[in-house]
Design a protein around this ligand. Structure first.
Ligand code: GAR
Length: 215
């Protein structure tokens, strides 16, 4: 059973989507710990409800960002975590955490990377005027949303979309592809080959929304 740790800063709906798949028996993983950098994150309420241990680590208490991430790495290691899941964690991960979990940190981003990285990916897509956007699950490296892509889902952008309506449409696909990416990892079906992520076997989400290099 894969031991996962989740980092979240806010609402935690992606965290919830992963919890739900575990509880339904579709994902053979356990969430050993939620770490948040925000004491009022709603993700904490979700952790409490599902009896998941949680920890608020205050970035202001650390001399540098590196030391903050080193502490996060220590907490995750102490609980035997094998995969780190960033679920709306609004910070750029620093080297001490990346080095502690090489090829073992995933993130979800609300745009089709490499388009519109960083904050407000949905608004960036609207402002640019693209007709298709979506979401991306990727491995995390030291850049901002630059690591190898695992799964993407595309959604249309409609002429009357607002940031809210587009965000909601994208979010419903985030909730499908993130648990799927974790499942592929838990099943040992992911191989990282440079920038390319190879996935063995068949996807279990509908092929109309995903376009990974299955083989
Ligand atoms: C999600 O839309 C996620 O893709 C985005 O924050 C939201 C968190 O929602 N992440 C980023 O923008 C990272 N750059 P959630 O807390 O309900 O999962």
């Amino acid at each position: 059973m894969l031991k996962a740790g989740v980092l979240a800063s806010g609402r935690g709906s992606n965290f919830q989507a992963i919890i739900d798949e575990i509880e339904k028996g579709n994902l053979k993983a356990s969430i050993e710990l939620l770490i948040t950098d925000n004491p009022s994150a709603f993700a904490i309420e979700r952790a409490k409800k599902h009896n998941i241990k949680y920890l608020f680590i205050n970035p202001k208490e650390f001399a540098s960002r590196d030391v903050f991430f080193s502490r996060i790495a220590d907490e995750l290691k102490a609980r035997g975590v094998e995969l780190v899941i960033l679920a709306g964690f609004m910070r750029i991960v620093r080297k001490p955490l990346i080095d502690a979990f090489p090829g073992r940190i995933m993130n979800i981003h609300p745009a089709l990377l490499p388009a519109f990285p960083g904050l407000h990916g949905q608004k960036q897509a609207l402002d640019y005027g693209v007709k298709i956007s979506g979401c991306t699950v990727h491995f995390v490296d030291e850049g901002m949303d630059t690591g190898p892509v695992i799964i993407q889902a595309a959604v249309p952008v409609f002429p009357d979309d607002t940031e809210d309506t587009l965000s909601e449409r994208i979010l419903s696909f985030e909730h499908r592809i993130y648990p799927e990416a974790v499942r592929l990892f838990a099943e040992g079906r992911i191989e990282i080959d440079g920038r390319r992520v190879k996935i063995k076997g068949h996807p279990s989400v509908s092929s109309d929304i995903v376009n990974p290099p299955y083989r």
